[in-house]
Design a binder for this molecule. Structure first.
Ligand SMILES: [Zn+2]
Length: 227
């Protein structure tokens, strides 16, 4: 490629990149600098990598939710990630902020970058998903977040396998596996379900989309895996 062509190509690529990310600003602040978790975050993950994960997961979530235009998406302009010392769980999302526990990072045994990547796919889903204003069962909301994590591939070993769990709205990995089964019955199901959750929640959504009550779908699912 001639030099001028390279420049033009570079400018064009930069413009494209700017276009893709310009509608949402991602910020990362390590508020745990100097603590074991803050140090491990800087050494094994870092601010730049976290921002890349936020961009990539956002793109991934919009694809799964089939939200190809800005009008389809939640109206969020900035998402902030904080590594914090004042939270003892793993992470949570609230008010377009994601808080990740520094002590969880410090004490995680294994590939902490891979684990936090998965955690961020889950938490970023909370930023972008609809919640039935806000009447969707908590287990369904957590299940959709873990469904995205499941599809990203960044899941931990301790998750249940397909067919695991005792109820469809148990949440997290259990509901994620169930949603994956339902997606197999009808491609785009999770996107459709999320779209409906913009306007409220009804158990009838399952009947409308899959022609069976959710309890019947759960029974079919358990039977399909021999439970
Ligand atoms: Zn969650």
């Amino acid at each position: 490629m001639a030099y001028s062509k390279k420049i033009i190509f570079f400018l064009f690529s930069s413009l494209l990149l700017l276009h893709v990310v310009s509608s949402v600003e991602f910020t990362v602040v390590n508020k745990a600098v100097g603590t074991p978790g803050g140090v491990r975050f800087d050494n094994e993950i870092g601010v730049d990598c976290s921002k890349q994960i936020m961009v990539a997961s956002t793109d991934f979530i919009w694809k799964i939710f089939q939200q190809s235009s800005i009008a389809d998406r939640k109206n969020v302009h900035r998402v902030s990630l904080f590594i914090v010392t004042d939270y003892d769980g793993v992470a949570f999302a609230s008010n377009n902020e994601i808080h990740v526990s520094a002590s969880y990072i410090a004490n995680y045994g294994g590939d902490v970058k891979r684990e936090i990547t998965g955690v961020l796919y889950h938490e970023m889903t909370h930023i972008w998903q609809w919640n039935g204003i806000p009447n969707a069962p908590g287990g369904l909301i957590e299940g959709i977040a873990d469904y995205i994590r499941l599809k990203s591939g960044y899941i931990p070993n301790h998750w249940v396998g397909p067919g695991g769990g005792s109820s469809w709205d148990q949440g997290y990995d259990v509901t994620a596996r169930f949603l994956d089964y339902l997606e197999g019955l009808s491609s785009g199901f999770v996107a459709e379900l999320n779209w409906r959750l913009k306007y409220g929640y009804s158990a009838n959504y399952f009947v409308q989309l899959l022609e069976k009550p959710v309890d019947q779908l759960w029974a079919d699912y358990k039977a399909a895996y021999g439970h």
